[in-house]
Design a protein around this ligand. Structure first.
Ligand SMILES: Cc1cc2nc3c(=O)[nH]c(=O)nc-3n(C[C@H](O)[C@H](O)[C@H](O)COP(=O)(O)O)c2cc1C
Length: 350
């Protein structure tokens, strides 16, 4: 048996998988049907619970488990420190006024501690974090309940800190990834831009825990490459967004259709945290020389929600997140996609 096979088998045995493919947690874009389809194909389903309170988390998990699909990851964001940012909020609000009048103030994000309790109570295979680390007490509680902790990291320093804090696996997120970059320090995101090809060998050379590769993985070639470079499994986001199970807004799905890697853009225009998206007119407007900086997370996110609720025109209805392999995303059912990816990868690795 090859070293790659041994690594992959050990990971699959430990986390109850038949294939080493995880659905990426995607807050707002991972309904239970998508997670169940991936889990039923032998991979791991996921939910990004960032916007969900305890009841919604429990209800989502119940729907996922309705016909016993298999392994599950629940994920949330470690909150950013609240700074004094009124001037930035005012400048961003002024810019958004060009789209019309804002609507109601959104409710604040659900309480992080209650969210953590609800994820633990749901008893998933994995609880995962992005943007930082869980505290020692929560990590102990996860482990006491036999729930593994996967931590997303974009640099070796962040990955080592996560391993030191007790993470059972590190999700290596390359700069190709769709959606938010998981830099622990929000201000680092534009500076520490490492591609998955450089990130995986670096993590493999310095970490003792398994590595899950994320970013631009959309077919068997990239799965095989990631495993050969040191990953034990892969995590797939954008490539599942156009599936019938994901059910994303039509305008977003069309924006992904044939989108070239170089056309995707890192932007803070939707949430204040850096994320990779399609270059919509709204996103591009924030790159005008006279545009202000978007407000920091979570304030920009709240402003955008408020303006979407108002009498406005020209603001994207939803966040058009897009990874660099968006053009490979197809409209096939999710189970068929992950099964094909694994079949192709195995042929390449044989
Ligand atoms: C629509 C969307 C939403 C995302 N939301 C989250 C999230 O809530 N938590 C998280 O850890 N990662 C989130 N991510 C990042 C993914 O977990 C993963 O790192 C990324 O999708 C991998 O790159 P790919 O899109 O090229 O496959 C999101 C990605 C997308 C595309």
């Amino acid at each position: 048996m090859s070293e790659v096979q041994r690594r992959v088998e050990a990971f699959c045995d430990r986390f109850g998988l038949r294939i080493p493919i995880l659905e990426a947690p995607m807050s707002g874009a991972c309904p239970p049907e998508l997670a169940a389809a991936v889990a039923r194909a032998g991979g791991m389903g996921a939910s990004g619970v960032l916007l969900d309170g305890p009841e919604k988390i429990a209800e989502w998990v119940e729907r996922f488990r309705a016909d016993h699909p298999g392994a599950l990851q629940l994920n949330t964001w470690i909150p950013d420190p609240a700074d004094d940012v009124q001037e930035r909020i005012d400048a961003a609000s002024g810019f958004l006024s060009r789209y019309g009048t804002p609507g109601e103030q959104p409710t604040p994000l659900p309480d992080f501690a209650l969210q953590c309790d609800a994820m633990l109570a749901a008893g998933p295979t994995v609880v995962s974090s992005i943007m930082g680390l869980f505290d020692a007490d929560y990590v102990r509680r996860l482990h006491d309940h036999d729930v593994a902790w996967f931590a997303c990291a974009t640099t070796l320093d962040d990955a080592l800190a996560a391993q030191e804090a007790g993470a059972d696996a590190i999700v290596a997120q390359g700069m190709e990834a769709g959606g938010h970059r998981g830099s622990f320090d929000p201000d680092d995101a534009e500076r520490t831009v490492v591609g998955l090809f450089a990130l995986l060998p670096r993590f493999a050379d310095h970490l003792r825990v398994p590595i899950v590769a994320a970013g631009g993985i959309a077919d068997g070639r990239s799965v095989a490459a990631a495993l050969a470079l040191g990953a034990s499994a892969v995590q797939v986001g954008t490539a599942l967004l156009r599936t019938p199970e994901a059910g994303i807004d039509k305008s977003w799905s069309s924006a992904l259709d044939g989108l070239a890697p170089e056309a995707t853009v890192p932007t803070r225009a939707y949430s204040g945290r850096l994320g990779r998206a399609a270059p919509t007119t709204y996103v591009t407007a924030w790159t005008d020389p006279d545009a202000p900086l978007p407000a920091p997370y979570p304030y920009q996110r709240q402003l955008v929600t408020r303006w979407r609720r108002g009498e406005t025109q020209g603001i994207d209805k939803v966040n058009n997140w897009a990874g660099q392999s968006a053009a490979l995303a197809t409209e096939e059912p999710a189970g068929a996609i992950v099964e094909r990816m694994w079949r192709e990868a195995r042929e390449l690795l044989a």
